[in-house]
Design a binder for this molecule. Structure first.
Ligand code: CUA
Length: 157
């Protein structure tokens, strides 16, 4: 089949462009730590296995700069709704729900996890910059979904 030289050049250019785009996605997802909700590096644990009351939210200091949060999602709020930590803290969030499926996205971070009834999702993040981080529900959960939010307040030291 005869292909005009111009046509051939454009075909090559298009294929090259697709390869560049695909490579850009692979490189950026690998270096920026981008993850899809529900594809956490840590496995989901059964609530009973974790051995604590999921209805009781808490923030626990394990040591200098190490925190654990039992974060509980319910229509239509997070508890605790505000988490205060000093800058540089590494926080492990145990995320769960007692009614329907919710999601937790912490804006400005790569924290993105589902809150599933009877399961506990675990995600860890180090807050290197001071400021206020918005926690949003990213899974449609009912009429109050759009107002379901909380905050992580990272204080400068
Ligand atoms: Cu909870 Cu949307």
């Amino acid at each position: 089949m005869h292909i005009h030289p111009y046509e051939r050049r454009w075909i090559k250019f298009s294929v090259l462009l697709l390869a560049v785009f695909a490579l850009a996605i692979v490189i950026s997802s690998a270096t920026l730590g981008i993850r899809l909700p529900g594809m956490e590096s840590e496995p989901l644990l059964a609530a009973e296995q974790a051995g604590f009351d999921p209805e009781e939210p808490w923030v626990r200091e394990l040591g200098p700069g190490r925190y654990e949060v039992n974060l509980f999602a319910k229509a239509f709020y997070f508890a605790p709704g505000e988490i205060e930590i000093p800058v540089g803290s590494t926080v492990t969030f145990y995320v769960h729900s007692s009614d329907v499926i919710h999601g937790l996205k912490i804006v400005g971070t790569n924290v993105s996890i589902m809150a599933v009834p009877n399961q506990i999702g675990r995600v860890t993040y180090t807050f290197k910059e001071p400021g206020e981080y918005l926690m949003l529900c990213h899974e449609y959960c009912g009429v109050g979904h759009h107002v379901m939010n909380g905050r992580v307040v990272v204080s400068a030291q």
